[in-house]
Design a protein. Structure first.
Length: 635
């Protein structure tokens, strides 16, 4: 029963007993020791990450092997889960599933389009994931983003309105579950008003009970009591004293307020009893610092189960055969502790039954009721790289065998690309400077957060004007002020792209020099430098554009220096290494940029961004921005 309550990650695995912290061999097919572990310990589920996924064919093959292994062992089918929220949290390659602009962009479109994008994107994600063998999606996030400096939620939120968040979240959940994929609302009771990332620390929310009920809890309550309640709710590793101010002793022997993940008052009394949730309660990853720095692995699992959690997500890091044996030992210890305690046994039995009912109700075992070739064909027909006709795994037949109609190959994927473009263009928001549009410029200079965004903006500039001249300075390190001054003198317009909070190194795109990353400029340094450059450009009569690519809060300060402020809510780029980026900056009238790739004659990566294409459409007058910020950025 305890095994069914475990959901493991196999991001990396080294069969040669490489130390866990050093193992970096991605699991893209299942090694026999891991298959044996899943079946022998009756494990309930697995979660996949981007390291586990590189193609539709590979993903179907691996997931089918996972489910077939459990069936052959006479065990329950697995929850196979992923974090595919859309926007900045998207594990699948964009060749399989567009990332879309994310929840905040959906919120920005809602005043005009209502729940349409939430519903369409939820359905599209569900219809794409299911043939790939993924039956559970940890989405959507219905946290209310009320803290401008929130480092972990921000654009993952639909906005600051609890009512609108509830409506959009409900539409997303309903559409995705009707497409056959289980939804997990997150992060209960609400992670939006925090300045600490629970991956690296333990945040605290100091809202009153009244504030909690009318704010953070409202989306969860409304969606749980809707016509299509979520299959799961994910707990947050946060302290929320107005909901539970109980203190517990951590592994350092210190007293601290109990995190929501380990709180019986929050998970059982509030979520299960008061809100009436009868689905599965899943913890956020237990290896996150918000839990792991305070509690041992075994204690964290035991306390989460005692609090009312049905599933322990990522309870133990398994990277080599030694970890497998240590994990088995932990399971045995948990079992011994449980059978000695009548209340623990009662909780375990009831929770185990909930898990089994959910799996039976959603028929997770049906995936292996059809041959793997069926799913391979179905999945490849739905993604950006469909199987060529000569490689079809199922012979051509009359009717809709495997869902692969010759005339409709890629139809679902192409629809997703259309939704991606439509959301970007419907959500882009003019924050200020309407009377300065359109911008009549031929010579563009840009300051962008990194090399990939420099190249993506070049692609966007050329898409609206093939005769444009362009130079871009990436801000991983602060550029030379003399170079910036010379570029501005030669330009017609300056674009300053802002990503606040600062994006992580793994989001950069891999095009910046490794030596620069060690001394990467801080957010405060970037803000100060951007203000300096915008003032310099303004003093010379140049048109200055401030592009808030993540949260729009930073636009308030930029109003003093910029003519135009635009929010895209999205900073994603697609890097295609096999292509050559065209050269907008070779004209000698615009000094060569410090970004070597832009001015090189050597083949380089082709980088594109739907949000930056939308930005340039707005600046050139080809698109009227109709989005409305779902957060109060001028406060």
């Amino acid at each position: 029963m305890i095994g069914q309550k475990m959901m493991l990650d196999f991001r990396y695995f080294c069969q040669d007993d490489t130390l866990s912290k050093q193992c970096r061999t991605p699991v893209t097919s299942m090694p026999q020791p891991l298959l044996n572990l899943l079946s022998s310990e009756n494990i309930g589920g697995v979660i996949l990450f981007s390291e586990n996924i590189h193609s539709a064919k590979q993903l179907v093959t691996m997931n089918y092997e996972l489910q077939a292994n459990m069936r052959q062992a006479g065990k329950e089918a697995l929850f196979i889960a992923v974090d595919q929220e859309g926007g900045r949290v998207a594990r699948l390659p964009t060749t399989i599933l567009p990332a879309f602009a994310g929840n905040l962009a959906i919120g920005a479109s809602a005043h005009q389009h209502g729940n349409a994008f939430a519903s369409n994107i939820g359905e599209h994600i569900g219809r794409t994931l299911l043939p790939l063998g993924i039956n559970t999606n940890f989405a959507p996030s219905v946290d209310i983003n009320s803290e401008p400096n929130n480092p972990v939620i921000n654009v993952r939120s639909f906005g600051e309105s609890p009512e609108q968040t509830a409506e959009l979240g409900e539409a997303f959940v309903s559409a995705m579950q009707k497409a056959g994929v289980l939804s997990a609302l997150k992060h209960f009771p609400g992670h939006g008003d925090t300045r600490v990332d629970s991956h690296s620390g333990l945040p605290r929310v100091d809202h009153s009970l009244k504030q909690a009920q009318s704010g953070d809890l409202l989306p969860f309550a409304n969606i749980i009591n809707s016509d299509t309640p979520p299959a799961m709710v994910m707990s947050a590793h946060i302290q929320y004293p107005s909901l539970d101010n109980t203190t517990i002793k951590n592994k350092q022997g210190e007293l601290q307020i109990v995190p929501a993940t380990l709180s019986k008052r929050i998970l059982t009394d509030m979520l299960r009893n008061r809100l009436g949730f009868d689905g599965l309660i899943v913890t956020d990853a237990l290896d996150m610092a918000g839990i792991s720095q305070f509690f041992t692995q075994e204690e964290a699992v035991m306390m989460a189960f005692d609090a009312g959690a049905d599933i322990a997500l990522m309870p133990y890091t398994i990277r080599n055969p030694r970890d497998i044996e240590a994990f088995k030992a932990m399971l045995n210890s948990l079992a011994r502790r449980t059978v000695k305690d009548k209340q623990k046994m009662e909780r375990l039995t009831a929770s185990h039954q909930r898990v089994l009912r959910m799996k039976l109700h959603h028929q997770l075992g049906r995936y292996v009721s059809k041959p793997m070739s069926w799913w391979l064909n179905e999945a490849q027909a739905n993604t950006g790289k469909a199987t060529p006709r000569s490689d079809k795994v199922i012979p051509k037949s009359k009717g809709k065998s495997a869902g692969y109609l010759e005339e409709n190959a890629n139809a679902l994927y192409l629809k997703g690309k259309q939704i991606e473009k439509a959301l970007s263009e419907s959500s882009v928001t003019l924050l200020f400077g309407k009377n300065k549009l359109p911008v009549k410029a031929v010579k563009w200079v840009a300051l962008m957060p990194d090399a990939a965004r420099c190249l993506a903006l070049e692609d966007a500039v050329l898409a609206v004007d093939t005769n444009a001249q362009y130079a871009c300075l990436p801000l991983i390190e602060l550029p030379n002020k003399g170079l910036v001054s010379r570029l501005i003198k030669q330009s017609d317009a300056l674009i300053v792209g802002d990503i606040t909070p600062l994006h992580a190194n793994y989001e950069l795109g891999g095009l910046d020099q490794a030596s620069q990353l060690a001394n990467r400029a801080s957010g405060a340094q970037l803000n100060a430098f951007g203000a300096y450059v915008m003032k310099l450009a303004r003093s010379q009569g140049k048109t200055v554009i401030f592009a808030a690519m993540r949260m729009p809060y930073t636009a308030k300060a930029a109003m003093d220096y910029a003519d135009i402020g635009i929010a895209t809510y999205d900073y994603a780029v697609t890097v295609l290494p096999e292509s050559k980026q065209s050269n907008a900056s070779q004209d000698n009238s615009l000094e060569k940029s410090a970004l070597i790739e832009i001015n090189s004659d050597e083949p380089g990566p082709r980088v594109s961004s739907q949000s930056l294409k939308t930005l340039m459409k707005v600046l050139s007058g080809k698109l009227v921005p109709k989005g409305k910020s779902p957060v109060s950025w001028q406060q």
